[in-house]
Design a protein around this ligand. Structure first.
Ligand SMILES: [Zn+2]
Ligand SMILES: [Zn+2]
Length: 172
């Protein structure tokens, strides 16, 4: 969906309030997927200083827990608000995805905001104990004697260690 912000700021378009879906199933979220289209709503109103925009995004992200590698499903439901002043349309550093005609790519904006909202490291629960280095089960499910290492093992590092057949400290 594209919104002509240039014409809107010139008073040539009525206020908008548009529900839409944004399919990000093929986009990169750093190891996390958003398999179903995000449910979004875009609105635009003229304010004294410019265009008052709001973008609501509702999506479900799926990935694996960084400690135990178990599946993680996380719901995101947030609204971003922007105030765009007319002179900002010509600013090359303007942060919203605009084309050269001042049209806003609203779907791209939904993807960008979702990308920022989804943490790079997902945990199945904030206190996930991680995997036991001896038996490979979750530490709270295994019966091994407690080990002396204080830091919780990062499951991804263990996978890397197995793949490379060396200590993760030597990996640069
Ligand atoms: Zn976990
Ligand atoms: Zn164990």
């Amino acid at each position: 969906m594209v919104f002509d912000l240039h014409r809107f700021l010139q008073g040539e378009k009525p206020p908008a309030n548009v529900p839409f879906t944004a399919d990000s199933s093929r986009r990169d979220f750093g190891g996390v997927q958003v398999p179903s289209p995000a449910e979004c709503n875009f609105s635009a109103q003229l304010a004294a200083e410019g265009a008052a925009l709001a973008l609501a995004v509702k999506a479900v992200a799926e990935g694996v827990c960084a400690r135990c590698l178990g599946p993680v499903r996380r719901c995101f439901d947030f609204t971003c608000e922007y105030l765009v002043r007319p002179r900002e349309l010509a600013d090359p550093d303007f942060e919203l995805p605009l084309d050269e005609n001042g049209c806003l790519d609203v779907e791209e904006l939904a993807y960008q905001e979702l990308y920022l909202a989804i943490p790079r490291v997902l945990l199945c629960s904030p206190d996930c104990p991680g995997l036991c280095a001896v038996c490979g089960q979750r530490k709270d499910a295994c019966t091994c004697a407690p080990t002396t290492d204080a830091a919780p093992a990062d499951a991804r590092l263990n996978v890397l260690k197995k793949l490379l057949g060396q200590d993760p400290k030597e990996v640069h």
